[in-house]
Design a protein around this ligand. Structure first.
Ligand SMILES: Cc1ncc(COP(=O)(O)O)c(C=O)c1O
Length: 373
């Protein structure tokens, strides 16, 4: 069977290397994965209890409407339940939004080095991807994005993706720049502004504004949330979106009726209620980030200050060789050459002991891999 050029040339999303695979390939017994921006605390104890209570009901189909979870989410972000959609991870929501709102030949618009899933999902749907350059401090240029939209009507841009904070840069947009962006593009009926907020709970910069705060003001704003990060449920696959009601009507027609399993639904409700766990998750990340900053400075490795649970740093070397070297030492980080950062690695914040092991391994690696001048 013949497939389209887009499918033929599709580079699949490359997830972080699994611990089991690394152990097997390198004959290691101890491996630490700081590669996929997961929560190092394990799941919330309340979520674990909710899953255990639900185990005996697993011969039943899950609630296709996710009723209880949607009630909870609507209370948390102060929106109408009819404005909440649930997905099998926010990745599924990204995929479906593109399939719903873009036809072949339409475009999505985002920034250079934005989260790679937008590109992968768009290409799979035969939709074009436009990007604007990052600023030198690796923040997204919202003015350039808005300019691109207005200058290119023939590109038929249907969705604009703003990951805030962005992965893999860890940077945010906010302040006056965001206000101007919303003034220029908000309330239009020909484009949807998708704020992807996978990491907002970790943000410390006071300039940041959660999109749920201006959601009601603009008829074309969509907010994506994930339970994979601060809520510690990456393996259960749960994401949510706040969106105008008409978007939800299309979304609920297109999505698989049982896209979110019952364990994810009950765990999601419990995790949202577990304030102690959320605070502990934030604390471990903030302490870990500060530790990494001071250690990277000691090792003379430049880094970008992060508002998420990972940090992007300059190895000053071929990052793929550094990645392989660290794997042999039992440390899995994430090379980000696919985003154009050939000398950089992305390192997720782990437990304090894991962070220390990573820094020890990096320090040793620096003496083994030659610097690129
Ligand atoms: C910016 C961003 N958005 C969305 C996601 C996808 O998260 P999920 O696990 O909910 O599919 C990620 C995952 O790393 C991410 O970094």
């Amino acid at each position: 069977m013949k497939v389209s050029a887009e499918i033929l040339n599709l580079v699949p999303y490359k997830p972080g290397k699994p611990v089991s695979e690394t152990k097997r390939e390198y004959g290691l017994t101890e491996v630490y994965k700081l590669a996929s921006n997961e929560n190092p605390l394990g799941p919330s104890p309340k979520a674990i209890a909710a899953i255990q209570n639900s185990l005996l009901e697993q011969h039943r189909y899950p609630d296709p409407s996710c009723y209880d979870l949607i009630q909870k989410i609507s209370e948390k972000w102060n929106v109408n339940p009819r404005q909440v959609g649930i997905g099998n991870g926010s990745n599924e929501i990204i995929d479906l939004l593109i399939r719903i709102f873009c036809e072949t030949g339409d475009s999505i618009l985002t920034s250079q080095a934005a989260f790679v899933a937008y590109q992968v999902c768009a290409q799979a749907a035969r939709v074009k991807v436009r990007t604007t350059p990052l600023k030198p401090d690796l923040t997204m240029d919202l003015k350039a994005i808005a300019d691109d939209f207005f200058r290119n009507p023939t590109a038929k841009i249907k969705l604009i993706f703003i990951p805030n904070p962005n992965n893999p840069t860890g940077t945010i947009v906010g302040g006056e720049e965001l206000n101007e962006f919303l003034i220029r593009l908000g309330n239009r009926d020909d484009v949807l502004l998708v704020f992807d907020e996978a990491y907002t709970e970790y943000v410390r910069d006071s300039k940041f504004k959660e999109a749920a705060k201006f959601f009601a003001q603009y008829s074309n704003v969509i907010v994506l949330k994930t339970f994979s990060k601060v809520y510690g449920m990456a393996g259960l696959r749960l994401g949510a979106m706040l969106a105008p009601e008409y978007v939800l009507e299309y979304y609920n027609r297109v999505r698989n009726p049982f896209n979110v399993n019952e364990l994810a639904q009950v765990a999601g409700i419990a995790a949202l209620e577990d304030q102690d766990y959320i605070q502990a998750s934030q604390k471990i990340v903030w302490e870990g980030l500060d530790y990494f900053y001071s250690e990277l400075e000691r090792l003379n490795l430049p880094y970008f200050k992060s508002e998420a649970n990972f940090v992007l740093f300059d190895t000053k070397r071929n990052a793929n060789i550094c990645f392989e070297n660290l794997l042999k030492k039992g440390i899995i980080l994430r090379p980000v050459g696919n985003y154009g950062f050939n000398k950089y690695l992305r390192m997720t914040i782990g437990q304090a002991s894991e962070n220390k092991k990573a820094i020890d391994a990096i320090e040793k690696m620096l003496t083994e891999v030659p610097e690129i001048m």
